[in-house]
Structure formats: C-alpha cells, structure tokens
Design a protein around this ligand. Structure first.
Ligand SMILES: [Zn+2]
Length: 248
C-alpha cells in the first residue's frame, strides 16, 4: 500500500454508485490517472466542488497495490485546489466547448495510464489558464493548443518552410501527409491551397505569437480551424467528438 501526491487537471468525473465518482486526471508526474473519490456527491463533501472538470488540483492518492494500474483504482484522499479554471469556463459557451475539446484531446494523447506526459500536462494547464482568462478568442486558444499538442507528440507542422525539402517560406501547398506546407517542386496531388493569411495565423498559433493571431481577420479563422481539425484527425485514429460543438 502506498501514498503518492501529484498535481493534475480533472479531465472527467463519472458517477460510481450512489455517492462516489471515478475521477480521470492528467497529472504532472504520473500521466493519466483514474481514481475513486468517495462521497463526493454528498452535498457537504469537501471534495465535490474541487474535483470538477477543468480544475487544477493537488491530490493525494492512496494506492492499494504497488502499481497504478491493475490492482484496483487508487483513492483520492486529499484534494487542494490550485486553480478552479472551471468557474469561468463553464459559464461561457465558447470557452466551454473549446475547453471540452482540449480535455478530450489531452486524454487521447495521454492514453496510457501511469505513463508520464509532462509536456502535454503543461500545455493543458497553460491552455486552460489562457482560456479562463478570456483575453483571446476561445477557438484560437483551442487551435493553438491542438497544434502544440500535435507538436509535442511528434507531429509538429510547418506553416512556412517546405516540410519536405526545407525551402524557406512562405510556401502555399498544404499537405496533411507531409505535415505542413510544400514548395512548388515538392507539392503532391491533393494539396490544399489555403490563403497566405491563414498560414500566417496557424504559424502564429503554433509559436505562441498572440499579437499576430489576435489581429488576424476573422474571415481566415474558419479555414485555419478546418486545417487544424483535419490535421488532428489525420494523426488520431478516432476523431475528437467534442470538436463538432466548437463555435467558429
Ligand atoms: Zn520543397
């Protein structure tokens, strides 16, 4: 039997029996962790409000086995709130749908329980903080998160230099297979040819250049989001269900 402690973001909370919940978290050191929270659905539970989706929490777990997986789920025995991002996310439809897609994507990229996914964890915390602050368009925050999640998982896209030969950009022909734009010599059949402004927007979102992203004309948002969604879908076997609810 062992106790361990970790920071994490609550991805999901599912009912378990009358009063309990199974909480799914993306943690800093242990990757995805599922744990049982007892009595959280009782009205005076100390845990209840702290273990809602989007919450950034510090949790103490009690594990009955020596392994995280396979000997029954660990129990949450203490929970401290680090940042209750859910408060300002769930009250705004645009933020809520973008945030839900972020949680689902993070879980998909950190599918193996107990396997550390530190960069994905840090991206999620940063993304939720930005989303909750409400200073940028919610769907742009989502697209930035998706592009960076793809990048830390080995699928970084290029939106300027040719993804095949490295020819300095701007280049125009976008290929999902190639992982970004291609030059006229490397282009393959079936490339999309997005607006140059859309490619500038996507490059800015990937690199965190919010000054450029925020001043992009709204008419390029939809084309950019479409390319990000297609690129994400290309690398994940099943699509992200909650993407369909995101307002663009
Ligand atoms: Zn090329």
């Amino acid at each position: 039997m062992s106790l361990f402690r970790d920071d994490g973001v609550v991805l999901r909370a599912q009912k378990l029996g009358e009063a309990d919940r199974i909480i799914t978290l993306l943690t800093r050191q242990h990757g995805k962790v599922r744990a049982v929270a007892r009595g959280v659905r009782k009205t005076k539970s100390k845990f209840g409000a702290r273990l809602e989706p989007f919450s950034h929490v510090d949790v103490q777990f009690f594990s009955r086995g020596s392994e995280l997986v396979g000997r029954g789920l660990p129990l949450c025995t203490q929970v401290e709130t680090i940042a209750p991002y859910g408060g300002s996310i769930v009250t705004d439809y645009g933020r809520y749908t973008a945030g839900t897609a972020m949680l689902e994507t993070a879980e998909r990229f950190a599918e193996n329980e107990g396997e550390p996914a530190v960069q994905q964890y840090l991206l999620l915390v940063g993304g939720l903080r930005t989303l909750a602050a409400g200073v940028h368009e919610s769907h742009l925050v989502l697209d930035a998160f998706l592009l960076r999640s793809l990048a830390v998982n080995g699928y970084g896209a290029s939106f300027t230099d040719c993804a095949k030969c490295g020819l300095e950009g701007p280049n125009r022909f976008f290929s999902l297979q190639a992982g970004g734009v291609l030059c006229a010599d490397c282009r393959v059949p079936g490339c999309a040819v997005p607006s140059p402004e859309t490619l500038v927007l996507l490059g800015a979102l990937l690199s965190g250049d919010w000054q450029t992203a925020d001043t992009c004309e709204p008419r390029y948002w939809r084309e950019g989001s479409g390319l990000v969604a297609a690129y994400l879908q290309w690398h994940l076997e099943r699509g992200i269900r909650s993407m369909r609810y995101v307002e663009k």
